[in-house]
Design a protein around this ligand. Structure first.
Ligand code: AMP
Length: 396
């Protein structure tokens, strides 16, 4: 794997695809700079080598239209503060003006290009647009994991114009390493904890990881499709009736592959989908009509704890209950605590893909697990076993 450490950037201009798609408030202040901070180590390495960095990113969804409210100029002050260098800005992504701005860059300087998605060609993966971009640097560095599953001009197509002068930035390399540690080289026992609302959105992940894990913990709304398929009474719990056969075939396949599947045995059932609803603890397969399971019950959590604490590699994707409501957040928080404990005892833990990342941040586990992925869709596609085009382009 070619990373930024394989290059010396002295007197070189690095064209760096970053993910600066950050939230802005009504006055265009950056309200969460995590993504800018995440790109800092890569930028600093280039500058410390004696090179200069040309940063390119998208922001929002301008759909090919130049829009002042989505201009990357709004990020200049924050990026300068974080990187510690006054970032220059050019209000073009390609063409003469951008090329001139790049030409006048001195070693140690940083230039930010305008929002790539002001050009519809970016998302189309247009070759001519990618070729124009390729004129803006000597070495291409991709450090944007969040868009690595997109075959866009700046994330994928541009790479081919750099021959072997292309590599992963630190952030992207870390994401790839973390996924590899779980999916390929993870120390056994390997446990995947899958939650979230629907079987249908997780099925490709489940099918892919059955070959890689020793334990599969299933929680969240997905649970009830499995329980109903096994003949249990799930009351008004969320269920995909047309996925019952699939649920049974997953359980069979898991058994054939020697994967132990752990489903909830009890739940916190509520008489309404509401934080103030009446609740009761019921067996998972005896939920009364008019009640729905919204969180894992105490026995379930004990069982899950035992499995998690004996694991050496842990993947967590999807909340175990409706964590957005405080009443039903306890199961998800407990899972976070078990993973924290296992990590302290030496396990490698990766949290990735969508809502579990939000939960981990909300409940303060972010620095207590080994790695929290920065890419939602890109992480899900990696767990599904897909080769991400942005990663393949660097390896080509
Ligand atoms: P996903 O996007 O598939 O990861 O699903 C995340 C969503 O699943 C969150 O918004 C949770 O509130 C929801 N969820 C988790 N457990 C349940 C449940 N028992 N019933 C309904 N929704 C749930």
């Amino acid at each position: 794997m070619k990373t930024i450490d394989d290059f010396n950037f002295e007197n070189k201009k690095a064209l760096v695809r970053v993910d600066f798609n950050v939230p802005l408030d009504a006055d265009f202040n950056v309200t969460d700079a995590t993504r800018i901070e995440a790109a800092k180590p890569t930028i600093i390495k280039i500058l410390e080598d004696g090179g200069s960095a040309v940063l390119m990113s998208h922001l929002g969804r301008p759909k090919g239209e130049a829009r002042d409210d989505m201009s990357l100029k709004h990020l200049v002050a924050k990026a300068s503060e974080i990187i510690g260098v006054q970032v220059k800005f050019v209000d073009k992504s390609i063409g003469r003006k951008a090329e001139e701005a790049v030409a006048s860059l001195e070693p140690g300087e940083v230039l930010l290009l305008e929002n790539l998605r002001f050009h519809a060609e970016e998302e189309k993966g247009d070759e001519a647009f990618a070729e124009q971009l390729s004129k803006l640097g000597d070495i291409y560095v991709n450090d944007a994991f969040g868009t690595a599953h997109r075959a866009h001009a700046s994330t994928t197509v541009v790479a081919k114009y750099f021959g072997q002068n292309k590599c992963f930035g630190y952030l992207l390399a870390k994401e790839i390493e973390a996924i590899k540690k779980v999916m390929e080289t993870g120390e056994k026992p390997v446990t995947a904890i899958l939650g979230g609302s629907k079987v249908s959105s997780k099925i490709t992940i489940i099918e892919n990881i059955l070959d890689k894990v020793d334990h599969l913990i299933i929680g969240g709304g997905m649970t009830y499709t499995f329980i109903k398929a096994q003949g249990g009474k799930i009351g008004d719990s969320i269920c995909e009736d047309d996925k019952q056969e699939l649920a049974l075939s997953i359980l069979k396949e898991a058994e054939a592959k020697g994967v132990k599947v752990h489903l909830p045995v009890d739940v916190i059932a509520a008489d309404d989908f509401n934080n103030d609803a009446e609740t009761q603890i019921t067996p998972v397969n005896e939920i009364p009509d008019g009640w729905q399971g919204l969180d894992a019950g105490p026995k379930t959590l004990e069982n899950f704890k035992e499995v998690i604490l004996q694991s050496k590699t842990i993947l967590w994707n999807g909340p175990i209950g409706v964590f957005e409501m405080e009443t039903f957040s306890k199961g998800t928080i407990a899972i976070g605590k078990f993973i924290e404990e296992a990590t302290k005892n030496g396990a490698f833990s990766l949290v990735g893909g969508g809502d579990s990342v939000a939960a981990v941040k909300q409940f303060g586990f972010e620095n207590k697990v080994s790695y929290v992925s920065t890419g939602g869709g890109a992480m899900l596609e990696s767990l599904e076993g897909k080769t991400l085009p942005g990663i393949a382009a660097i390896l080509a």
